[in-house]
Design a protein around this ligand. Structure first.
Ligand SMILES: Cc1cc2nc3c(=O)[nH]c(=O)nc-3n(C[C@H](O)[C@H](O)[C@H](O)COP(=O)(O)OP(=O)(O)OC[C@H]3O[C@@H](n4cnc5c(N)ncnc54)[C@H](O)[C@@H]3O)c2cc1C
Length: 530
């Protein structure tokens, strides 16, 4: 690293072995008011605060799927494990993703939404997950499915467990564990003279000081979703009545709901028309058929889709029974076709308008879900409603919650339910993540036309460059930029390609060329370490 002199260079492996500090020094090594208030730090300021400095060329913050694919790409391109530090609060790179999929009703054996175009454990995406499954289970069914989709069969997608197992295998191959430093990242600040300081708060007792400063030339932020976005009316209900049992979000643990539904006949109100609503409906319906639950389902759509919707040029999305149908979370061309070029060419409001035209809640039209909903309708315990919610309050009937809705025609009705499952949102404002909030306030980060973190086409965070040092971001926090599919495996891999190429242009590492790519694929195929 050219721009960052060695003042105190403490390898991270040594830090964990330092003896505990004497009691009178416990508060040493914490952020001072001076550091908190200053945007650009000198080495002396950090040293004076007693915060140990660890030098490393590249830091990635988050340690989830986004960090994993970029670290993997850099290692394959030739960067050593010693030059990369992953600052993270999780033990495995799929931990947060597995948590979110599990609570939203995609346990390991269930299939994900995306296909094999994005494979976090294999940047070449070949052999595909379908080939792997065919080989492991000695069946040609996945291959036949891929050939016959989407006209005769639904899109084939891998089981969640297949993706996690692949990542576990690849982690061991490229030395993921060697790069980890556990803790919560508090902030990234520019360093006077070039580079950045990334401040990590290690778990209590894991280090002799409260904070550690990682001084690096490159920083990558892949911190996932800033938080849970609860619908304002449900948030208000929970706060006002202190009731967190009857009103739950699909992304928080709510197994108690399904357990209680199996014990007692109840009415459940499901809100939302996206894929999470489809999964929750599947669980509720299967619990009725397989476990004797007597649940009545009331499904509320804010926008009820009864036919074609969201027109873009000659293309139009199909819909029915309230849902808008789409196989993947963007039209396929947004990842690598003409829509990718379109997003890439637009600025400001024009780009925001394109997001709006292609956005909205939607779900894949899967045959199983169609059959299940058809049967539920015939048996008379699944009903749909359209309406804008005006109020959620305790009902006059003890133990029930009343949802007041106003339909498009202006009619007001009240829906009573024992439980409400909110399947509408996960993403919250950037400010909900302390690190991103600090970035906006002190390190030069800004917002894009959708209000998320503004990044260049190379995924460099606009406004944060510092000398020859660069800061990048990928994942959900950057939605609204020049590439729509950022919050997907393929999008994270696309971002990793762009970032690795951009880093290579600074001369830090070689660009991944055809020869090395082929030889590295051969190593990957034979599971040889890098
Ligand atoms: C239910 C669900 C299903 C999905 N299904 C698919 C699918 O089928 N196909 C697909 O391609 N994509 C899918 N996605 C989207 C996406 O691929 C995943 O969400 C993926 O995990 C995103 O990776 P990430 O690195 O951005 O975030 P994560 O994997 O969530 O990792 C970010 C990590 O950063 C940590 N972090 C945040 N702030 C800090 C901090 N200050 N210090 C330290 N650590 C911090 C977080 O705790 C988290 O562990 C799905 C998403 C969800 C929610």
């Amino acid at each position: 690293m050219t721009n960052v002199p060695d003042i105190i260079s403490v390898p991270s492996s040594v830090i964990a072995q330092l003896p505990d500090p004497p009691k009178d020094r416990v508060e040493r090594g914490d952020l001072t008011p001076g550091l908190l208030a200053t945007g650009v730090w000198t080495d002396e300021m950090v040293t004076a605060a007693g915060i140990p400095i660890v030098d490393v060329a590249f830091v990635t913050v988050g340690g989830g799927v986004g960090s994993f694919v970029l670290a993997n790409h850099l290692r394959i391109a030739g960067v050593s494990a010693e030059s990369i530090k992953v600052l993270t609060n999780i033990d495995t790179p799929w931990q947060t993703y597995e948590y979110l999929t599990r609570v939203s009703q995609i346990p390991r054996q269930e299939r994900l939404r995306s296909d094999s175009t994005g494979m976090p454990d294999c940047l070449w995406a070949w052999p595909s997950y379908a080939l792997r499954e065919a080989r492991a289970e000695k069946t040609i069914a996945p291959i036949w499915n891929v050939l016959a989709e989407p006209n005769w069969l639904d899109y084939w997608t891998p089981r969640a467990g297949t993706v996690f197992d692949g990542m576990a295998r690849e982690s061991a191959r490229f030395g993921w564990e060697r790069m980890l430093a556990k803790g919560q990242v508090r902030m990234v600040r520019k360093r006077q003279g070039g580079g950045y300081f990334t401040i990590l708060t290690p778990p209590p007792g894991a280090a002799p000081t409260k904070r550690i400063a990682y001084r690096s030339q490159f920083v990558h932020l892949a911190v996932g979703y800033p938080g849970l976005k609860f619908l304002p009316d449900l948030q208000e209900y929970r706060q006002k009545y202190g009731d967190r049992d009857r009103v739950v979000n699909a992304y928080e643990p709510h197994e108690h709901v399904y357990e209680s539904l199996q014990r007692k006949p109840s009415i459940v109100l499901v809100r939302g028309g996206g894929i999470v609503a489809s999964r929750v409906l599947q669980r509720l319906m299967e619990d009725r058929w397989n476990h004797g639950a007597q649940t009545q389902i009331v499904h509320l759509f804010r926008t009820y889709v009864s036919g074609k919707n969201n027109k873009y040029g000659p293309a139009q999305r199909k819909g029915g029974d309230g849902f808008a149908y789409q196989g993947f979370n963007w039209p396929k061309g947004a990842w690598g076709g003409q829509l990718r070029d379109k997003f890439d060419s637009l600025e400001g409001k024009d780009r925001a308008d394109l997001y709006k035209a292609l956005g909205g809640a939607h779900t894949p039209k899967r045959k199983l879900w169609q059959q299940q909903m058809g049967r539920a309708r015939t048996e008379g315990w699944y009903q749909t409603f359209q309406g804008e919610v005006t109020e959620v309050r305790p009902s006059a009937t003890p133990g029930k919650v009343a949802t007041v809705i106003q339909s498009k025609s202006g009619l007001t009705s009240v829906l009573e339910a024992d439980v409400i499952i909110d399947c509408t949102g996960l993403e919250a404002d950037l400010r909900e993540n302390r690190l991103l909030s600090d970035l906006l306030e002190h390190a030069g980060g800004g917002r894009n036309p959708l209000g998320r973190l503004d990044v260049e086409r190379t995924f460099e965070v606009r406004g944060t460059r510092n000398g020859n040092a660069r800061m990048y971001a990928s994942g959900a926090a950057t939605l609204g930029g020049y590439y729509a599919g950022v919050d997907s495996f393929l999008g994270l891999q696309y971002a990793a390609f762009r970032i690795a190429d951009d880093i290579a242009e600074t001369g830090f590492c070689p660009k991944l060329g055809t020869g090395r790519s082929l030889s590295q694929w051969w190593k990957w195929f034979r599971h040889r370490s890098i």
